[in-house]
Design a binder for this molecule. Structure first.
Ligand SMILES: [Zn+2]
Length: 363
């Protein structure tokens, strides 16, 4: 489970190249769509074969007449690789496969046609091999729906520990320890969780070079690895901060940032609200506005048989206090309920605050 920009697809390419060269087997390489499988074959696979001495003699050019190779199917001595799209059940269904490589599994459709989960379909093809291997590499998506997150949780959950150049203690790089002035991303620096020293971009490569993978859970046959953009040799910490400051304005862009920069799942704001902890935070301020209240507004809802009104006090940064709630029963076509409302909004709430009519420009 990774962020973007950490060489994920290149790792899958290296695994593939290893098996072609060192341990030839039937291999299935799956991209989210058939179109993406075709582009990957042309833009990533073909150059790798062309530029790697050990591989180029093993796979014949599809343009030669008797190669038996197509864009999505390549033979080599002792095996073959089929490139498939998770959206195409026919491309997933064929011979038994020993090695299955899943690229960007979280972007796969829920079902390949009507056949079911693409990753599970591919996995079924490996059952006859005792030495089967499945590798899935993906940026995660939403908590509870993310396939790579589910796989990672079943694994031994390795994280990459890097030493501090000052105190030499190891730690996992986490966003919370990247400090910055939010008006200036170039101030980004990392604070060591052990000795509190300030680490800068120029320390990063040394730290990565001297790091080690360490598992948080017991190994049960699945090795899991997590890494984020904080470790990327290609993305500076200041660039991460700049993209964070831009992304945090909207939940949608923040989700993308959490998924692709931190390599973490996005937790939907609607779940995880614990009612009792919410109730515990309840404060009672009676009918007197707390001193933090700067202005008071009244929202009015007119129904066929009543008027409902809520008086709210507003403070700095739009912190708000619900001060009063009233229901005036009666026909809004008559005058009675409107008199009640007039009485309500002409009262003083507290410390010389009255309900304002209309809203200030910034609300
Ligand atoms: Zn330190």
């Amino acid at each position: 489970m990774t962020s973007a920009q950490v060489g994920k697809t290149e790792i899958l390419n290296n695994i593939l190249a290893y098996f072609i060269h060192q341990d030839p087997s039937p291999i299935l390489f799956i991209q989210p769509t058939l179109d993406m499988a075709e582009s990957w074959s042309k833009d990533r696979f073909a150059p790798m074969i062309r530029d790697t001495e050990a591989l180029k003699t093993l796979i014949r050019d599809p343009r030669s007449r008797d190669s038996g190779n197509t864009l999505l199917h390549k033979k080599f001595p002792g095996g073959h690789v089929t490139m498939a799209g998770a959206n195409s059940p026919s491309s997933l269904a064929s011979r038994p496969i020993r090695i299955v490589l899943l690229d960007e599994e979280d972007r796969y459709p829920a079902s390949a046609g009507t056949e079911g989960d693409p990753g599970s379909l591919a996995q079924k093809r490996t059952t006859t091999f005792w030495n089967r291997l499945l590798v899935s590499a993906s940026t995660p998506t939403i908590e509870g729906e993310s396939r790579i997150d589910a796989r990672y949780k079943q694994s031994d959950q390795r994280k990459y520990y890097v030493p501090c150049p000052e105190c030499k203690e190891h730690q996992v790089l986490v966003w919370a320890n990247l400090k910055f002035d939010k008006t200036d991303p170039t101030t980004a620096h990392y604070v060591c969780e052990h000795c509190g020293c300030v680490l800068t971009e120029s320390d990063k490569l040394w730290m990565i070079a001297h790091g080690k993978w360490q598992a948080d859970a017991e190994f049960n046959g699945i090795a899991g690895f997590h890494i984020s953009e904080l470790y990327s040799p290609w993305v500076k910490w200041s660039e991460m901060v700049a993209s964070f400051l831009k992304a945090k304005r909207l939940p949608e862009t923040l989700q993308t940032w959490i998924n692709t920069s931190l390599g973490e799942t996005w937790k939907e704001a609607t779940d995880g609200v614990d009612l009792s902890s919410l109730l515990n935070r309840k404060e009672n301020w009676g009918r007197i506005a707390p001193k933090e209240v700067l202005i008071v507004t009244c929202g009015v809802d007119v129904q066929d048989d009543r008027i409902e009104a809520e008086i709210i006090g507003w403070g700095v940064e739009e912190e708000s206090w619900s001060l009063q709630y009233h229901v005036f029963h009666g026909d809004p076509a008559g005058t009675e309920v409107w008199k009640d409302l007039d009485n309500l909004i002409s009262q003083q709430i507290a410390h010389n605050l009255a309900v304002i009519y209309g809203f200030p420009a910034h609300v």
